[in-house]
Design a protein around this ligand. Structure first.
Ligand SMILES: [Ca+2]
Length: 269
């Protein structure tokens, strides 16, 4: 009986130790993600432009009627947002103000993108997703995800260097009618960003100048002149904290010891 009391005291001691010390897993850890904007395009009528959701046009591309909510293609739910650029110039460009984004150091976007077909031209870009400057839309900011037409590859980098493909990072081939999920997380103080494709990290700490101008998200179907589709777009901030503790090892230890005690008590009965 005495050993059970001893073990019980040990469990209590472990719990107290866990509560006061924990296991430090880093000097400064990420403690959460706060959504700043989300749109799955389900709330709009088919065939309309989603201006009621705050989307604004910069270029109508291949006609006003072709920049539209559609129920013919979707990644989640029944609808997505179709953009269709002109072959040549300009493409179809829209953006959405998210002014709260200025309040956070680490920001990101997540979006599903699909390009309908390979362009018949090698003109520059088809689908584009980028952080943007809402109040000065002609002043563009980094970073960007862009589908290049010439080699059918996805690129990332700074938006100013669109035409300097060799200065950008090639993230691999894209294929028509395939949805790709992109997650880009931009650490402005560190001046670098990470890119995930379909939840797999494909680029880590890519250098990028601090995007102080960023206040919006931009979508486009560029001058490749093909239909591009966007769904489930999310813009978020990563919230940082001080030291974060990891309690899992302590919980496992306490659970194991408690189980031993319970088994021993049952055996004695
Ligand atoms: Ca949808």
């Amino acid at each position: 009986m005495r050993w059970i009391i001893s073990l019980g005291c040990m469990v209590i001691a472990l719990l107290i130790a866990g509560g006061s010390m924990g296991y430090e897993v880093g000097e400064k850890q990420l403690i959460g993600v706060q959504d700043l904007f989300f749109d799955n395009f389900e709330s709009y009528d088919n065939g309309t432009f989603p201006s009621s959701g705050g989307w604004v046009v910069k270029n109508w591309g291949n006609g006003e009627e072709n920049q539209t909510i559609t129920d013919k293609v979707s990644c989640y739910g029944l609808k997505s947002f179709q953009l269709w650029g002109n072959e040549g110039w300009p493409g179809a460009v829209v953006y959405r103000n998210i002014s709260a984004i200025r309040n956070y150091d680490i920001i990101g976007f997540e979006v599903n993108v699909m390009v309908w077909e390979y362009p018949s031209t090698t003109s520059a870009e088809s689908a584009v997703v980028a952080f943007y400057n809402f109040s000065s839309p002609n002043v563009e900011s980094s970073p960007v995800i862009v589908f290049r037409s010439a080699d059918h590859c996805i690129y990332t980098g700074k938006i100013y260097s669109w035409w300097n493909w060799s200065a950008m990072e090639n993230l691999g081939k894209w294929h028509p009618k395939v949805w790709y999920k992109f997650t880009l997380i931009y650490d402005r103080p560190k001046e670098c960003f990470d890119v995930y494709i379909n939840d797999t990290l494909v680029l880590n700490d890519y250098p990028a100048p601090a995007g102080w101008q960023i206040s919006a998200i931009k979508l486009a179907s560029g001058q490749a002149g093909v239909k591009c589709y966007f769904d489930n777009i999310r813009v978020f901030a990563v919230i940082q904290g001080g030291t974060v503790y990891e309690y899992i090892p302590i919980i496992i230890a306490v659970a194991t010891i408690s189980t031993i005690i319970l088994l021993r008590i049952r055996k004695e009965k």
